[in-house]
Design a protein around this ligand. Structure first.
Ligand SMILES: [Mg+2]
Length: 268
């Protein structure tokens, strides 16, 4: 009887430790692993060493959307924001502590707090390239929408700009912060926005934490095999003009998986 009771207590304990949110290890990794900091620094440092070549090679473009004669256009880089420039792991950590999951209301509240910290290496890199005359454009899927207690049509834009300045980015031009739904056809697919930027600038580098920050049509209705294939097709761009940060917490890598996700575990 005592053994059965102990067993039940053990099951309850195991049950209690299983949170609704299964991002525990990935959030812990972002917040504690020196390896994460080193990868981020490594990414921005490698990019930095290529900027001079990219500026001076007039044929150099990082955007698949770039077309026509772009050799005389001013140069720009495009950065995603979340997981690329700003670290929102505090939001994830709060969800874990509260045993809750991502929802648009709590996410919008997090954005309004302007409390994200910087991804290691991002701020120095951005300030440095701006000094070299490179225009910095942010393409983010933070969504423009009405918020209670605000008369602004897109309070998220101000919050984001203020947060970027707060982490130490010296110049943030509001015209170069492009949010989801800021314009009608700007959905979570970022191709439209890259196309628009490529008409005004020669895009020398792309930065993101999601394949969708580089390529169109990779965020839904696609197999992991096809995504891998695209990574290989563009193999020479990685580390030269495409720079990706790790994000094990969320992203299209996870959204494209069908249930049950255990089917993707492979035993060699
Ligand atoms: Mg991101």
């Amino acid at each position: 009887m005592k053994a059965i009771a102990t067993g039940i207590v053990m099951l309850l304990l195991v049950g209690c430790s299983t949170t609704a949110n299964n991002d525990f290890n990935s959030t812990l990794w972002i917040q504690t692993a020196s390896e994460y900091k080193a990868i981020s620094l490594q990414t921005y440092r490698s990019a930095s060493s290529n900027v001079w070549y990219a500026i001076n090679d007039k044929k150099w473009t990082a955007a698949l959307e770039q077309s026509g004669d772009y050799s005389t256009l001013p140069v720009a880089i495009i950065l995603d924001i979340d997981g690329t420039v700003l670290d929102n792991s505090s939001y994830q950590a709060k969800l874990l502590k509260d045993n809750s999951e991502y929802d648009p209301i709590s996410w919008d509240h997090w954005i309004s707090l302007r409390q994200a910290i910087a991804v290691p290496g991002a701020v120095d890199f951005i300030n440095e390239v701006q000094k070299q005359g490179v225009c910095v454009v942010y393409v983010t899927n933070r969504e423009c929408k009405k918020r209670e207690n605000s008369k602004l049509p897109c309070p998220q834009e101000n919050d984001t700009i203020e947060n970027l300045k707060k982490v130490g980015i010296k110049i943030v031009n509001p015209d170069n912060v492009l949010l989801k739904h800021e314009v009608g056809n700007w959905g979570s697919e970022k191709r439209n926005r890259r196309e628009l930027i490529s008409k005004r600038y020669r895009i020398i580098m792309l930065f993101g934490d999601d394949l969708g920050d580089f390529l169109p049509n990779v965020k839904s209705n696609i197999t992991t095999y096809k995504r891998d294939e695209l990574v290989n097709v563009h193999n020479k761009k990685w580390g030269e003009m495409w720079f990706i940060l790790p994000n094990p917490t969320y992203g299209s890598w996870n959204k494209v998986l069908q249930e049950p996700k255990s089917q993707y575990l492979r035993i060699y």
